[in-house]
Design a protein around this ligand. Structure first.
Ligand code: CTP
Length: 401
């Protein structure tokens, strides 16, 4: 969820600041880019050096980087615009009041006013301060600005008193932010099954029949679906690609038969199935148990047909929105329509080998999207990442129709 996101962590001066070292670790582990801005009082509780080391970026407290070097400064506007999301934790009563009033007497509050991204704040203070109408007023004002509160919890406080005012634990802050980011995503709660890559059909222990599919299109689809909130199962033939995403489970297979079994195993609960794999149509009838020696002048391999995975899923489908791919060289639309009907699909993505830059290898693709109601939409040549967005967008439009 947070992989590749730019997170700006603002730390203010409360004892809970010591927990932010763990928070930074969790953000980095989640694949986020992290920058830290601290108030001066926060730096008494937690060292900027520790935060800089953990975040792999300077942890800054002031506008001026070095005394006397006026041109070299921490630009609050750049920092605010860099952030995909800002988290202020702990948020003290003092800083929340400044945020509510638009007071920019320190770098952190100036960055806050410059940030256009979602801003989360995790209040932390003693219970009487927390209950005070002034604090309530600040919180209400921040909520009215659209800022998102990560609620304080109840428990033992640094003063020894017991009550509300403890900053949420770092794990809970992470879970809260992830959950928030997921909400409102169009595929949240949806299960998506994708097949990708080639299949290898063994001839003997060292040889196989394969094809040039790189798997890129299927992997981009998996990543985009997960970024849109879906739980994704990616059944992948052999590729050089890897994916690490909280919402993606990769199942590695080699042969068409293994892909068939994995796809069927995960099909029933899924809402959307996209068949992007270049499945071998045939496999050797027998697989030699030992390496075949080059004794004869001619070698004939007898091939038998593999089961069509997509067709078999089409025959089994209940609620699933089923999408296939077609790679055509002639009578493109007609052939694609034929496949759509024969395999009981809801839509098919046509790649034409007549288009430069479309197809197996490379990073680009040019597609036409056809649905079962004969709606046809042709797209320009785009990166496979952008093609994946177009495909999922077309699917989402139809799911919501
Ligand atoms: N497909 C599959 N299992 C197979 C063969 C194909 O799931 N054994 C899926 C592909 O992932 C793709 C679509 O079916 O989504 C493409 O079918 P394709 O192989 O192009 O068409 P066919 O119907 O097999 O016809 P032809 O090869 O004659 O073009």
């Amino acid at each position: 969820m947070l992989g590749g996101k730019n997170i700006l962590l603002g730390i203010t001066g409360g004892i809970a600041a010591y927990k932010t070292t763990f928070l930074v670790r969790l953000m980095i582990k989640a694949g986020a880019n992290v920058k830290v801005v601290l108030t001066e009082s926060a730096s008494y509780f937690v060292s900027p050096l520790t935060l800089a080391t953990l975040s792999k970026n300077p942890a800054v407290t002031d506008f001026v980087k070095e005394e006397g070097v006026e041109t070299d400064w921490n630009n609050h506007v750049d920092l605010g615009l860099w952030a995909d999301l800002m988290i202020i934790a702990p948020a003290t009563a003092n800083t929340m009041s400044k945020m509510a009033d638009g007071n920019t007497d320190n770098l952190l509050t100036a960055v806050y006013l410059s940030a256009k991204c979602p801003v989360f704040f995790a209040p932390a203070m003693d219970l009487d301060m927390f209950k005070h109408p002034a604090t309530k007023k600040s919180i209400d004002t921040l909520l009215s600005f659209g800022n998102i509160m990560i609620p304080a919890t109840s428990g033992e406080l640094a003063s020894g008193l017991h009550g509300e005012g403890r900053m949420a634990e770092p794990e809970d802050i992470m879970a809260f932010v992830k959950d928030y980011m997921l909400k409102g995503l169009p595929l949240k709660g949806k299960k998506v099954l994708i097949t990708a890559g080639p299949t290898y059909e063994a001839i003997d222990p060292v040889r196989y029949i394969g094809n040039h599919s790189t798997g890129k299109m299927g992997y981009e689809l998996a990543k985009t679906a997960a970024d849109l909130g879906a739980d994704v199962i990616l059944v992948s033939g052999p590729t050089n690609l890897s994916l690490s995403h909280d919402l993606i489970t990769v199942i590695n297979v080699v042969s068409a038969e293994e892909m068939y079994n994995a796809a069927h195993e995960h099909f029933d609960p899924c809402d959307i199935m996209i068949s992007a794999a270049a499945v071998a149509d045939y496999r050797p009838k027998t697989v030699a148990s030992q390496k075949i020696k080059k004794k004869e002048a001619h070698l004939t391999l007898e091939l038998v047909k593999n089961k069509d995975i997509l067709l078999s899923l089409g025959e089994r489908k209940t609620k699933q929105f089923l999408v296939g791919f077609a790679l055509e060289t002639e009578n493109e639309l007609e052939n694609a329509k034929g496949k759509l009907e024969r395999k009981h699909l809801d839509a098919i993505v046509l790649n034409s080998l007549n288009d430069d830059g479309a197809g197996f290898a490379g990073n680009t693709n040019k597609i036409t999207f056809l649905d079962k109601n004969s709606q046809i939409k042709a797209f320009q040549l785009k990166t496979k990442a952008d093609v994946a967005k177009d495909i999922l967008n077309e699917i989402i439009i139809r799911l919501n129709a």
